[in-house]
Design a binder for this molecule. Structure first.
Ligand code: F3S
Length: 415
């Protein structure tokens, strides 16, 4: 790779051993992917999940802290494995707590902002069109690439750390304009009836394409789409077999004012039409009926407007006594919800908030105790897809329903 004088100095250890480790790591990544040079990043996001607290990562954090590593750019964190202010709600045990605290403390010592959310774009991290970023949260990769027009690949835990320490990332993949052009046409042929339709649309398209290099171009999306609907679309484009990092929506996203601009001279390799039939097929994969144990909202984390709507639906009502209703959001959003009075309405109805936590990265031991042989209902498809797999086979069943039906399930204990 071609390195600047500053980057060569980093590699030679002139900026300390933490930066030297980081630049060496990034050069290896760049060489592997054929990057010609590094670019400066304006924002980094690092996973703060329990999965990232495995021994090798904790040792790496310890080493970087001992070498006085400091982050050079704004660095946000993804949700932790639990809410530090509501550990009893998940029955978190001391050993799980200790590992999470080691990981979180190390990141904070190096200068991370404890945003603890997968929706950091609503919590103080808003780049501009064309900015280069190093983001490790999949839904945020899609949001930043597509809706903001900033440029990022999916980053791993160590590569995002390395970018935070150097302010650099190798220039390949979605940092390059030629890889950001659309290559598949997606024609939406049915109205979006509720929020969960956006989850279902993203999952259907992601499953069909299954390749990181694919950049779908949507036409006929409703122009009044909100960012919390686009959050759902992006999250499920990148869920499971879907590994999409970027899409265009003609007339909506910044690099797709027209169909021609979205494709940038590319001829579409294929086109897909999405009707109600395709959406129903996806819903069928996550169907179920009968008694339930949990209702989950917020994967990715809830926007304040989603919380407001839930508060209106639960106002003056009580959840079923045998059901736990869990809401996941960013600490910053929870603080706004507290101020607005939504938290009180929802807690009076029996709902439980978990701020700064990920609903599927709860420590495995606790997850098995909470969810073995249980049934969860959720209005976010990403949760339904991943929750049954993260703690191994614990016979956890997840059912996807629109928000309104999730609320009814919370009140009646059934779907
Ligand atoms: Fe967020 Fe965890 Fe879902 S990080 S997107 S709540 S899987």
């Amino acid at each position: 790779m071609r390195l600047t004088r500053e980057e060569k100095g980093m590699l030679a250890g002139k900026h300390g051993e933490a930066v030297q480790w980081a630049m060496d790591f990034l050069v290896k990544v760049g060489d592997y992917f054929g990057a010609a040079n590094m670019v400066d990043v304006k924002l980094v996001n690092i996973l703060e999940l329990m999965g990232s607290s495995e021994k090798s990562y904790l040792e790496l954090i310890d080493y970087l802290v001992s070498k006085k590593g400091k982050f050079r750019v704004i660095t946000t964190t993804d949700p932790a494995g639990f809410d530090f202010t509501n550990m009893e709600g998940m029955g978190i045990e001391p050993d799980s707590y200790e590992n999470q605290v080691k990981l979180s403390d190390g990141l904070l010592k190096m200068g991370a902002l404890p945003t603890r959310t997968c929706t950091m774009y609503w919590a103080g991290a808003m780049p501009r069109l064309g900015d280069h970023l190093a983001i490790s949260e999949s839904n945020a990769v899609v949001m930043f690439n597509s809706v903001v027009g900033a440029r990022t690949n999916y980053e791993s835990f160590p590569s995002s750390l390395a970018s935070a320490l150097t302010g650099k990332t190798p220039n390949f993949g979605f940092h390059l304009g030629e890889n950001r052009k659309g290559n598949i046409l997606i024609e939406l042929k049915t109205p979006m009836e509720h929020w969960t339709d956006w989850d279902v649309l993203g999952y259907y398209v992601g499953q069909k394409l299954r390749m990181y290099e694919m950049v779908p171009v949507f036409v006929n999306l409703p122009k009044m789409v909100t960012t919390y609907e686009l959050k759902r679309l992006g999250a499920t484009l990148a869920t499971g077999p879907g590994t999409i990092a970027m899409y265009h929506a003609v007339g909506i996203t910044p690099e797709a004012a027209t169909l021609e601009q979205a494709f940038g001279g590319n001829k579409p390799k294929a086109s897909l039409q999405v009707t109600r039939k395709e959406l129903n097929e996806v819903c069928e994969m996550f169907s179920g009926e009968g008694k339930i144990d949990y209702v989950h909202f917020g994967c990715p984390h809830l926007h304040l407007a989603e919380i407001q709507m839930l508060a209106e639906k639960f106002r003056g009502r009580k959840k079923h006594p045998e059901v736990r209703v869990w809401l996941f959001t960013a600490p910053a959003t929870k603080a706004m919800s507290d101020l607005a009075g939504y938290t009180r309405i929802l807690e009076d109805a029996g709902c439980e908030f978990f701020a700064g936590a990920c609903c599927i990265n709860i420590p495995v031991k606790e997850m098995r105790k909470l969810f073995a042989n249980k049934v969860q209902v959720a209005d976010h498809l990403k949760h339904c897809y991943y929750a049954p797999t993260f703690a191994g086979d614990i016979n956890l069943k997840t059912v996807l329903k629109p928000t309104e039906e999730c609320v009814q399930a919370a009140l009646t204990g059934r779907v």
